[in-house]
Design a protein around this ligand. Sequence first.
Ligand code: ZN
Length: 410
Amino acid sequence: MQPVFAALAAAAALVVLGGVIAFVVLHGRSGAATAKTTEDTQTSDSARQATTTLLSDTLRRNELFAQLVTRLGVDEARTAAARVALESAGFDFRNMHPGDSVTVVREDSVPVSLSYHLDLATRYDVLFAQDSALAQFVTEPVETVEAVLRGVVEGSLWRSITEAGASPQLVEGFTEVLRNSFDFRNGVDKGDTFALLVEKQYVDGAFYQFGDIVAVRYRTAEQTTEAFLFSESDRRRYYCDAGGRSLDRLLEYPPIVDGRRTSDFGWRFHPIRRRRIRHNGLDYAAPYRAQVRSVSAGVVARCRWQSGYGRSVLIRHEDGTTTRYSHLAGYGPGIKSGVRVSKGQVVGLVGSTGLSTGFHLDFEVRRSGKAVDPLEVLASGYRQVPERQMHGFRRMVLESRDRMKHAGQP
Ligand SMILES: [Zn+2]
């Protein structure tokens, strides 16, 4: 068959298979290997009936990809071809997790395809063709609906919110949203009430994950604390109080454009050292290799790896203040010790070097060698919902309040 037609046929078969696989995943996710034989009369070019068998299983702890697919009856040559195809389709073999499920489709006991499921909505499909393979990344359509979780605090806040149906990440998100407006360490009491208006995502009717937290309310005997997600634009979204003022103070000239500040200056629980230690800066979560810029003009005093800070740039400014940018993946163009930088110049790229659990920038400001709160010493303030968007925002506030209040009531 002409090579062009072979590739087209392969791609078409991949799409069909995708549908079959999706069906199996959503309806057959059990731990143990499942053998399911179905008669497939649709195979166009063979007079006799082909027997299609679907086998799926999950990755065991410390198991390699090759070991799992071999267990599912894939021979060495196809295993090697699948690896090559997956790699070229962007599959990250370092990112495999125990419990990930793989489905192998065999026709007349010959493996014709396999699917590696990352989660309910995403997977890689591999189609075997003669002695090679073709792979593609597939995402299932995700349906998003808004739902309200609410309840009364009995015992720990954590347990009360998870009993109301939240995942651990959602509980963290809830306290994160209100971290600057409510003291969850000392202010939680039995009988307090909470409500979250949150997005729930479904794949083919099965719950997949929580999406954005749209609005929250925490009520104690003394006060009610609320937050509403405001989207000024696709890229500029932040939580506000009902008056439209951001709950978060922001540096007027942050080191990362649109970086999401995840940790503030002060005492906090260190994720790696597993104890409360002083955090001497601000953390900004941002994509890998996002640009890090100098918040003010100055001279590069140091530009090298520095123990827990990883790859780090230290800049001395005219008034003697220094700023440090750490955990970098790389330095900005031309950045080295002694060079002069201007305000806004790219001095580094976001990474996760040193003591770090994810791609983020640690930004520190020091005066006479002492770490100070950047929000205190650098120009910072609150954002306000722009006047032209205030009407829509107010309506969203009223609707969210109403839904959080009446959810679950007849
Ligand atoms: Zn930090």
